[in-house]
Design a protein around this ligand. Structure first.
Ligand code: NAP
Length: 234
């Protein structure tokens, strides 16, 4: 397995690393010296990620497609990357549009659940053998305040993200015997995402800092928890 002088030697897979949160998480991890696997359907390495000196590897896969994930895992193994110390899932199929239940058709509902919930499961399941090779594996799944509190105009998102909470709890129980800690982070709307003025929003850096804490050895004892970043409003 490639090891870098500047890096910690830890390998973390960030799925959805080209998105807003994924980019912020990858930057924080790179700044801490981690080596990163960036996974999405069209992954690329941001130039600023390169200045930290850790290894950066891109793999392309749709998280809702198990065969593509297995192919991505094989690609890593072929590059002699056979251990993951952490997995962060920042993928989503949500387009941000409000749709009332009467207008939300079954295909749209199913498509989002397929990426945000089934995809989260397939991602962890596929890369679990690599996580089990780590001394202390960490998983962080992005849920949303929508999945904890609910909100109008997003039944598919609320259901999928509530499912991510259940998945987190189940995995935390199943994997605790393997010293793998599994948590979810549930942010409110991110600042700058075009939300109505006056709405309390969360900074993506705050979310990234929470994610990075949970996915690194700094987190020694927290598992099966959902950390809601609620903009300071309980
Ligand atoms: N933004 C918010 O206000 C907010 C609030 C609460 C929770 N969250 C959650 O936080 C996480 C990150 O949100 P974000 O705003 O950073 O999302 P984003 O900017 O829309 O980025 C989504 C990422 O997921 C990847 N992706 C989408 N579909 C995929 C698929 N089928 N397979 C693999 N990769 C896929 C995209 O890359 P490709 O197009 O290359 O695949 C991209 O990297 C999500 O789980 C989201 O639900 C976001």
């Amino acid at each position: 397995m490639p090891e870098t002088g500047a890096g910690t030697g830890r390998w973390v897979l960030v799925a959805g690393a080209t998105g807003r949160l994924g980019r912020a998480v990858a930057m924080e991890l790179a700044a801490e010296g981690a080596n990163i696997v960036l996974l999405s359907r069209s992954p690329h390495v941001e130039p600023e990620l390169k200045r930290f000196g850790g290894e950066l590897v891109t793999v392309s896969a749709d998280v809702s497609d198990e065969a593509q994930l297995i192919a991505a895992r094989s690609l890593l193994l072929n590059q002699h990357i056979d251990r993951l110390d952490g997995i962060v899932n920042c993928t989503t199929g949500y387009d941000g549009r409000a749709v009332q239940v009467g207008d939300l058709d079954g295909d749209t509902y199913r498509a989002l659940v397929d990426v945000d919930l089934v995809g989260a499961y397939l991602l962890v399941r596929t890369f679990l053998p690599m996580l089990e090779r780590a001394e202390a594996g960490r998983v962080v799944l992005l849920s949303s305040l929508a999945g904890v509190r609910g909100r109008p105009g997003a039944a598919h998102l609320c259901a999928a993200k509530a499912g991510v909470v259940g998945l987190t709890l189940a995995l935390a129980h199943e994997l605790s015997g393997k010293n793998i800690l599994v948590n979810a982070v549930a942010p409110g709307p991110l600042a700058g995402a075009g939300h109505p003025s006056g709405m309390v929003v969360t900074d993506s850096q705050d979310v990234a800092a929470t994610v990075v804490h949970l996915v690194t050895p700094a987190n020694r004892a927290v598992t099966g928890q959902v950390v809601a970043l609620n903009g300071g409003r309980p």
